[in-house]
Ligand binder design. Sequence first.
Ligand SMILES: [Zn+2]
Length: 290
Amino acid sequence: MAENEKLDCLRKLQDVLQEKFTLEQQVETLPRELRKEEAVLRSMEKDFSDLRTLAEETADEVKSLRIRYDDATQLRTSYEKQMEFLSTQREYEALSKQLEDARANEETLLKQRNSKTKEADKLAKDVEAKQAEVEAQKAKVDEERAKVDSELSGINEKIAALDAQCLSIKGSSISNELYEKFSNIVRKKDGTGIVPVHGQVCMGCDRVLPMQFVIDLRLKQEKNEIDYCPYCSRILWYEPLDPETEKSYIFEQLESKGAGDSKAASSHDSQQDSDSYDESMGMDGGFEDF
Ligand SMILES: [Zn+2]
């Protein structure tokens, strides 16, 4: 059988494309961990920002309570001073009442100021701790990003080299259109876009091909042409086996498909099988157009 240059190129291309697609998958999956850590960082930054706002508001309340407490202290002191200069019982009673209220108010404000100050101190510490956590997470993300970037650039360099290798294998023997189509098949068929035919069986999908199809395939192969499996869309090449092994591929497959003895027995008869050739091609709905 004459060498089919196209098939030879496609087989070589398949090896390189498989390697390339594996790397492309890595490009997809590699940054996953980084994306997770980035999401954690974003959530921590949001919490930190909320906490800082609360701490600032609480600190403002402390300031305001301090001023109000100082005012209350001043008021109480001034009432106490006025007590020394009273002349009537009535004035004394009125001022005593005011002083009592002022003292109560001062005491309440003192309690509020102390409690709010405690709260503010705790929040300030929480803010500090949270800030340290955010910075640690940020450092983690930066480190992970640097690692991913460097790995990605290494992988992308390899992909570019494989692309160049593909182009050089492709040369002028494979058209751009066939190259695109074949790449898609390899990608969609888990790395196997070109498979041998053993006997009458496609080694990609294990289905029995019509005898006339196989005869035509062999003729095409001689003429440096290619064809696709009508069932799984992979590119096919006929691989000659020793006659006994080859027969087993036809018979075993036909029997396992329950095609019956009559068809199996006649499968060596190309003329007879060719009658059903077009029909069986058309009957299969599984062909994908790449
Ligand atoms: Zn197939």
